[in-house]
Design a protein around this ligand. Structure first.
Ligand SMILES: Nc1ncnc2c1ncn2[C@@H]1O[C@H](COP(=O)(O)OP(=O)(O)O)[C@@H](O)[C@H]1O
Ligand SMILES: [Mg+2]
Length: 349
């Protein structure tokens, strides 16, 4: 016979008690008083004892276990004890322990995540101080040399002041990027979605970056003539940052004399895809997945020479994702890279 687990404890307890009491009673009656009770009386007695003990045991167990378990829930605060209903707690210990095990596993996972995050935090802090140290020491070096007498030589003085100033500018750039990152991570940054013309934005950025591109002899191109505006929706200032970052990267990590090309095409039914393509050094597959991490750089010394903080792409990703959009990278080592992101199309366009 299969009895529902929840009742089996009470069932067997009452069964044993019933058997014991009836055997005792019949024996006592027989040996002491020489009476053999009538079969039907015995049966009635058995049934009454059984029902009574069954109900009492079951009730007591439920109450007992419920109270104990509730206390555990309250103390350990595994769960809000309000979440947990009296009916779900029974003498079915197997289910109970399964539940507790599940809670324990969840907690373990939570702790693991926290530890991981703590690791990230520590690494981030280490990275920040490392990044700030280099330009700070450079600036300090120039200032010390100046105060040691270099200030008296007009030519050296100007050169060193200029270099110290560059170092300070680099520090400011890093701190600005950090500020941006922390705002984005705290979701503190308001995204003001408004329609704007993405073609105009790209052209404006090209104008601003012309000198930088010329220094590396990079040609800035659009894939075709865009005679008409293409209206998209987003925070224009933030997207300016995104495009500037991607275009500057394509100049920095492109070959000297190479090209950067921006194209804007339809994507799905209500989006545009903006691509920034270069024919530069490209990125190996194993580095591609890590590009968007904070401070990740494929070639540290090169990035630093070019004035990068390694935060550019993580800011880009944050901004794109804050708009609920996606960013993609395609790249072949030594051939070039293509960074693209989606953006919402303006309705009345
Ligand atoms: N267009 C590109 N071609 C090749 N490598 C790139 C390109 N864009 C980014 N990278 C690699 O990704 C790294 C991270 O980029 P980013 O976060 O913008 O940092 P930064 O430009 O400050 O170095 C760069 O250091 C570079 O190694
Ligand atoms: Mg960059």
């Amino acid at each position: 016979m299969k009895i529902k687990k929840t009742y089996s404890f009470a069932f067997f307890s009452s069964l044993y008690i019933t058997i014991f009491t009836s055997v005792t009673l019949i024996s006592l009656a027989y040996f002491l008083f020489d009476i053999i009770p009538d079969f039907w009386y015995i049966l009635l007695f058995l049934i009454i004892v059984f029902i009574f003990t069954f109900i009492v045991t079951q009730f007591r167990i439920e109450k007992f276990i419920y109270q104990r378990v509730k206390k555990i829930y309250d103390n350990v605060s595994l769960l809000d004890s309000a979440d947990f209903q009296k009916t779900s707690i029974t003498s079915d210990i197997a289910t109970l322990s399964r539940e507790v095990e599940k809670f324990a596993k969840d907690k373990q996972l939570q702790i693991k995540n926290l530890n991981k995050r703590e690791g990230y935090r520590r690494e981030f802090l280490g990275n920040i101080s490392h990044e700030l140290k280099t330009p700070l020491f450079t600036v300090q070096g120039y200032l010390l040399t100046l105060s040691d007498g270099a200030i008296n030589d007009a030519k050296i003085r100007d050169k060193y002041i200029d270099r110290a100033n560059k170092g300070v500018e680099r520090l400011i750039a890093i701190v600005k990027d950090l500020d941006m990152i922390s705002k984005l991570e705290a979701a503190d940054l308001n995204i003001n979605k408004e329609p704007f013309d993405i073609v105009k934005l790209v052209k404006g950025i090209y104008d601003l970056l012309e000198i930088k591109a010329k220094k590396r002899n990079v040609t800035l191109l659009l894939d075709k003539h865009y005679h008409y505006p293409i209206m998209v929706i987003g925070d224009e200032e933030r997207y300016e940052q995104v495009l500037t970052n991607l275009i500057v990267n394509s100049i920095k990590y492109g070959v000297i004399g190479g090209t950067t090309m921006v194209s804007i095409e339809s994507f799905e039914k209500n989006k545009m895809l903006v691509k920034v393509t270069d024919n530069g050094e490209g990125i190996k597959a194993e580095d591609q997945s890590r590009l968007f991490e904070r401070f990740y750089r494929v070639d540290r010394s090169r990035s630093r020479d070019q004035g990068g903080s390694g935060l550019g792409l993580s800011i880009v990703k944050h901004i794109v994702e804050a708009h609920g959009e996606e960013i993609f990278v395609k790249s072949e080592h030594k051939k070039g890279s293509e960074f693209s992101f989606t953006i919402e199309k303006s309705e009345n366009f």
